[in-house]
Design a binder for this molecule. Structure first.
Ligand SMILES: [Zn+2]
Length: 464
């Protein structure tokens, strides 16, 4: 009886301490999750379901551009499969997306024996029409160079032969190059594909027009071709080409974000989000960008579900639509979940390909950085050394992060990511199954511990 009284007093004291937000002896600490983390890693390695599903996505649903039937068929298939996984909730949310499609395209160098080169229209480009554009080319290596050669640009096809530095820096030419070339009087423009390494593949991607510039067709050529044109120009030789880029813009369409959840046992309203984008380009298989990233999040959730792990908070996979050419999936998710933004404990985006995981690039408050570092260190002994670097984030979680939701991107040994990105070479064979599994394990352990720890990851931006 006395002992019972004592236990009761201790119990009440611990409740009081929890109420005061002070740690109590019975609360789990990150280190207490080591055995669970090891179990999750083991379970993710013991199955091929995730890899087989990635293979199916890449094989049967390789082209997933917004507005197309291909994307919607991929979404239908994923939803059907997810419903077999025993999640607490699988649903979709409608998103209005742009609809642009490429048609016939070709680039022929007009010479005694005409030579056909690889070309890809950039997403959003206007069409040349079926007859194409025939003109001499002018090669420039920067906007300054274009300015200097402005007098020669009129009536020509401007080729931007811009060497790759970083993606963030070089991609600016893809976004705004057409309008700059049009302002100089060009009739069309071609871009040296944005990649640090090439085996003669062109890379597409989204482009935009300035409202007050003339809209001219804009395509991507291989870095090899761009440099060849440059050397011909240096040698004083004029090059004439015929460019056909038949593209078409249609009215907006309805697509969907996919949502799957394990409901939290204690704080179901608090959500840990992880996801990738389910849309992709209309070439290659969208394996690295972002089939792998999407499927590893889904598989991480399935791994937790298979193990019967039910965290205190909800873990939610979101597969965003329309990341590539509009970000409407991310914007719509932010809008539809407006009232629960403050309950988003952490948002993780996986959109840097599928390579050996190295940790996260994270933006959040200092204590959150330290907490996350401690959590990912649970993987050091099984998957490999994990580091949380700052800052970090991603396109699809950007709208949430703008409201103070801590955000993280899964990081990899991704030196080769932009070799394949947006090109016909982005195919399943570029992914190692072991890397995929290690990414699944990393995500599953991280989201589980963040969702289950008694104390919540602090909300807010650094310095808030
Ligand atoms: Zn992507």
């Amino acid at each position: 009886m006395v002992e019972e009284e004592l236990m009761k007093t201790l119990f009440l004291m611990s409740l009081l301490l929890i109420g005061l937000g002070l740690p109590v002896a019975s609360e789990e600490k990150v280190a207490d999750y080591q055995a669970t983390a090891d179990r999750i890693v083991e379970a993710s390695r013991a199955t091929e379901t995730g890899w087989e599903r990635l293979s199916t996505l890449c094989t049967l649903y390789p082209h997933r551009l917004s507005g197309t039937q291909g994307l919607e068929e991929a979404i239908d298939w994923i939803v059907r499969e997810m419903k077999k996984d025993g999640f607490d909730r699988v649903t979709t949310e409608e998103v209005t997306v742009p609809h642009w499609e490429r048609g016939a395209e070709s680039l022929v160098v007009l010479k005694e024996k005409p030579e056909t080169l690889a070309v890809l229209a950039l997403g959003g480009s206007v069409s040349t029409g079926p007859d194409g554009v025939e003109a001499e080319i002018l090669v420039v290596d920067s906007y300054q160079d274009l300015e200097a050669k402005k007098e020669q640009a009129r009536g020509k096809i401007v080729v931007f032969n811009v060497p790759f530095t970083t993606y963030g820096e070089t991609v600016g030419y893809r976004i705004t190059g057409a309008s700059r070339a049009a302002d100089a009087g060009a009739v069309a423009a071609l871009l040296r594909s944005v990649t640090p390494h090439s085996l003669a593949t062109p890379h597409t991607g989204v482009m935009l027009y300035d409202a007050d510039s003339k809209k001219i067709p804009f395509g991507a050529i291989t870095p090899e071709a761009a440099q060849h044109f440059h050397r011909l120009q240096q040698a004083g030789q004029a090059t004439r080409v015929k460019l056909i880029l038949e593209t078409r813009s249609y009215p907006d369409k309805i697509s969907r974000n996919i949502i799957a959840e394990i409901r939290g046992s204690q704080f179901p309203e608090e959500v840990v989000v992880l996801g990738g984008h389910i849309d992709g380009w209309d070439i290659g298989e969208g394996a690295q960008d972002d089939g792998g990233g999407s499927l590893m999040c889904w598989e991480a959730l399935r791994t937790l579900s298979q193990l019967g792990l039910k965290p205190r908070r909800t873990v939610r996979v979101v597969l965003w639509t329309n990341e590539e050419n509009g970000l409407q999936g991310a914007k719509t998710y932010r809008r539809l979940h407006d009232l629960e933004i403050k309950n988003h404990v952490l948002a993780i985006e996986s959109d840097y390909g599928t390579f050996h995981p190295t940790g996260f690039a994270f933006t959040g408050q200092e204590p959150a950085v330290a907490m996350l570092q401690e959590i990912v260190s649970l993987l050091d002994s099984s998957v490999g050394e994990m580091k949380v670097r700052t800052p970090g984030g991603g396109a699809d979680i950007g709208p949430l992060m703008a409201e103070g939701v801590p955000g993280a991107a899964l990081t990899h040994n991704s030196k080769k990511y932009f070799w394949y990105h947006h090109s016909p070479a982005d195919t399943l064979d570029k992914i190692e199954p072991k890397d995929f599994t290690d990414c699944v394990a990393t995500l599953a352990v991280t989201v589980f511990v963040v969702a289950d720890l008694p104390q919540r990851l602090p909300f807010g931006k650094p310095g808030d």
